[in-house]
Write a protein that binds this ligand. Structure first.
Ligand SMILES: [Zn+2]
Length: 497
């Protein structure tokens, strides 16, 4: 579908010729400036029927001129940009459920719609239309790439040229990059394959740098390497940057890329292990976002650094009770080898802060189960040492319609990770488990403004969401695209509060 979308003014006559599905999005008084030649249906009657039954996406199967057309009416009550993104997603969900070949999306003539709203609608539609990653040999699920989508409207000012459509499609593609990486099973996406995938993205603007085990040893990534040492898989730190950008970056994005997390010697229960291929979702968000941000016309001062490892139990695995000296020099008492993500992130945060000297650090990690207990699957947990950075992130998340909720960092959380044998201990007990994990990370960022996003609840869900089928979501990519705006123009140097 990404290649087969048009947005144009409807011409009378053959709008529905060969079309399998008509999606109608409109307000209560909408008429539709689409020629329904040979089709005996009143769009407004459809809309009202759908309203009455409180089903915004009811099917109306009717006989068209050359074949039956499935009509879906999607009433739109509020008309903000995120409402358009959501109604687009409702349309996309319809296309995900059924593999229509040719689709017309008609916009009602009473919509207060501008080009940004059309872009939001398409963004929502494309990411919701994408089915779950499947390895079935005879998969009958909708193939969005095969769908021909024509958006019809009655207003010349809403038409998109191919060039204007490109950034909209790129945003959607970036979300799907993150989502697909997150969904891939660990035997298809280990640290080696993930690193190769990043190298495959390299182009004129996106630069990729790989630090392998030898380099990581030389650079002192002792925490990250301790996690990796139980696995026969290699370990990497991969960096993604804009080749056009000059000087120090404004923002460092750090991602947790634990490609499979067995828990290590502190082995997880069998029932919670099958989905532990997604413990690299933070890294996937960073990769999707960096791919997207480096596509923009202007260079972006963002650098992404992801730590790629596998956490396995073996004769060479690190142990509970071990004391590690991290890259920063700080010593850490290990209590639970399943709390490995913070060790990987701590070293990458320390590296990124010292190597790149960014104005701001932001990390993304499926870090704790506790965040799912606290916030469910609606919001990522935000922890930060900076009110300014938090505000920028929250407003970017709101604009992108991606849930985020700020949680506090207290002195008591720091107390909880005091150790008798090392500078700090790795975990702070059951109480405030997400906050003590965040506090641990905060020990490795120096005095820079920093934000930690615990995405364990939002990166992967067991139910369908507005924008995706159950499983991986690609959360955070759209938020980061907005963050470039909210952090730009002098606001980048967010003061640490
Ligand atoms: Zn773990």
């Amino acid at each position: 579908m990404l290649e087969k979308i048009q947005v144009k003014k409807s011409d009378a006559g053959d709008a529905l010729k060969g079309v399998d599905c008509l999606l109608m999005i409109g307000g209560e008084k909408s008429g539709f400036d689409v020629s329904l030649k040979g089709v005996t249906v009143e769009p407004s009657a459809c809309w009202q029927a759908a309203q009455r039954e409180k089903d915004p996406v009811k099917d109306f199967m009717i006989a068209g001129a050359d074949k039956p057309v499935a009509i879906h009416c999607l009433p739109l009550k509020k008309q903000g940009e995120t409402d358009y993104q959501r109604i687009g997603a409702a349309a996309g969900t319809r296309l995900r459920a059924k593999p229509y070949g040719s689709v017309v999306l008609a916009l009602g003539d009473d919509l207060e719609i501008d080009k940004d709203a059309v872009a939001a609608l398409l963004r929502g539609l494309i990411i919701a239309a994408e089915p779950k990653l499947s390895y079935k040999k005879d998969d009958k699920a909708a193939k969005p790439d095969d769908i021909e989508l024509t958006v019809l409207h009655g207003n010349d000012a809403l038409s998109f040229t191919k060039k204007q459509l490109k950034p909209v499609l790129e945003t959607a593609r970036a979300v799907l990059i993150a989502r697909t990486l997150t969904a891939m099973p660990a035997n298809h996406l280990g640290p080696e394959e993930f690193k190769d995938y990043c190298l495959g993205l390299e182009d004129d603007t996106l630069g990729v740098r790989v630090l392998d085990r030898k380099e990581l040893t030389k650079q002192g990534f002792r925490g990250l390497l301790a996690v990796a040492q139980g696995s026969e898989q290699p370990a990497y730190v991969v960096e993604l940057f804009d080749k056009r950008a000059k000087g120090k970056p404004d923002v460092s994005l750090i991602g947790k890329g634990v490609c499979f997390d067995s828990g290590g010697l502190s082995l997880k229960p069998a029932t919670s292990m099958p989905e532990m291929n997604m413990d690299m979702a933070g890294a996937a968000t960073v990769v999707g976002a960096m791919w997207l941000l480096t596509r923009a016309a202007k260079p972006v001062g963002y650098v992404g650094s992801i730590g790629l490892v596998e956490n396995m139990p073996s004769g060479t695995a690190y142990r509970p009770g071990d004391v590690l000296e991290m890259r920063s020099g700080k010593t850490v008492e290990i209590l639970n080898t399943d709390a490995e993500g913070r060790l990987v992130l701590a070293d990458v945060l320390d590296w990124s802060a010292k190597e790149h000297e960014p104005k701001v650090l932001i990390d993304f990690a499926t870090l704790t189960g506790a965040i799912i207990i606290g916030l469910g699957h609606d919001d990522a947990g935000l922890f930060s040492n900076s009110d300014g950075l938090s505000e920028a992130l929250l407003s970017a998340a709101k604009a992108a319609d991606e849930g985020m909720w700020r949680l506090p960092l207290h002195d008591s959380h720091r107390k909880a990770i005091e150790s008798q044998v090392a500078d700090i201990k790795q975990t702070g007990g059951r109480a405030s488990g997400s906050a003590t994990a965040a506090t641990f990370l905060g020990e490795f960022v120096g005095d820079r403004p920093w934000a930690h996003l615990d995405i364990a609840g939002v990166a992967f869900t067991d139910k369908d969401t507005v924008y995706s089928p159950s499983g991986a979501t690609g959360w955070g990519v759209m938020m980061l695209e907005r963050l470039v705006e909210t952090l730009s123009a002098g606001k980048v140097g967010v003061d640490k509060d």
